[in-house]
Design a protein around this ligand. Structure first.
Ligand SMILES: [Zn+2]
Length: 287
């Protein structure tokens, strides 16, 4: 039994092969923005066909870096790479590899990964947030991923935390993603995020905006734990200790909701482990 997991992000895609619950192969490639969607799906097919020669896939799970209509199993769009609007990615993969496919938004898939294999074990409701090129959120309850009526639950990146702030790619102003994600940090401050986050003066200001977004999550959901994944979460204690302190400062005075915010335990593989879980579900559906 071999399951294929695919993580399609803003700047790269990663594929992993799982056998008997273990990740046995993993390959990551930088995104070719020029080539867009066609370039990427062709690479995925090449690598997959090479792997499938040894053992055909029994099922496939996909985490996609952009909004996904889960019920229709279709990509809505990618804000980072062209050509994805309405693309039937599961259909393409089903035909290429002759196996059942399930796809979801990468933050929902990351929530599954961290909730079942990482820092969110037995923590429900769990809120998982990716903090990298963009910002995405996923909610995992005792009954699985909470997707909402139209697959848009957890889309925290575009709540406005600084009204009148700088314009976001979505057309609004001062969005959480606009103020806190890696792409904009580098553009606004002229240094990459990982470098900025070693500067305590910068971090002190940065956690104010970060805590504003996370306060909304705590007030709305009262999560047992918040797990943050993505490149920026690798800053570790230098970020998380001031972030927790700032959240304690911002949280409403009478709230006794816990402030439990930790980095992802699976590093770059939260989405791959979640996609592995989706593949297991797809396999169940096909039987
Ligand atoms: Zn926005």
């Amino acid at each position: 039994m071999s399951l294929l997991a695919i993580d399609i992000g803003g700047t790269k895609f990663t594929m992993a092969l799982f056998e008997r619950g273990e990740m046995v192969r993993r390959e990551s490639r930088a995104t070719d923005r020029e080539g867009g969607r066609e370039w990427m799906v062709e690479r995925i097919r090449e690598i997959g066909l090479d792997w499938a020669e040894r053992a055909p896939f029994t099922a496939i799970g996909v985490g996609f870096g952009g909004p996904v209509d889960y019920a229709a199993q279709q990509v809505v769009l990618s804000t980072h790479v062209g050509g994805w609007d309405g693309f039937d990615l599961p259909g393409f993969l089903r035909e290429a590899f002759q196996a059942p496919v399930l796809m979801d938004n990468d933050a929902n898939v990351g929530a599954l990964g961290e909730g079942l294999h990482g820092a969110g074990l037995d923590q429900r409701p769990l809120f998982y947030m990716t903090l990298s090129t963009g910002i995405g959120g996923g909610i995992l309850t005792e009954n699985g991923v909470l997707r909402g009526a139209d697959s848009y639950a957890g889309e925290l990146g575009h709540i406005n935390i600084r009204p009148g702030g700088p314009e976001c790619l979505c057309g609004s102003n001062g969005c959480f993603e606009r103020m806190c994600c890696g792409l904009w940090l580098e553009q606004d401050h002229g240094r990459p995020a990982h470098e900025l986050l070693t500067d305590p003066v910068f971090v002190e200001r940065y956690v104010i905006d970060l805590a504003r977004g996370l306060k909304a999550v705590i007030m709305l959901l009262n999560p047992a734990r918040i797990v943050i994944g993505g490149g920026i979460s690798k800053a570790g204690d230098a970020l998380f200790i001031p972030l927790r302190a700032e959240l304690r400062r911002q949280i409403t005075s009478w709230s006794r909701a816990r402030i439990d915010v930790v980095p992802a335990a699976l590093g770059d593989d939260s989405v791959l482990w979640g996609a592995y879980e989706l593949a297991r579900q797809a396999q169940g559906d096909s039987q």
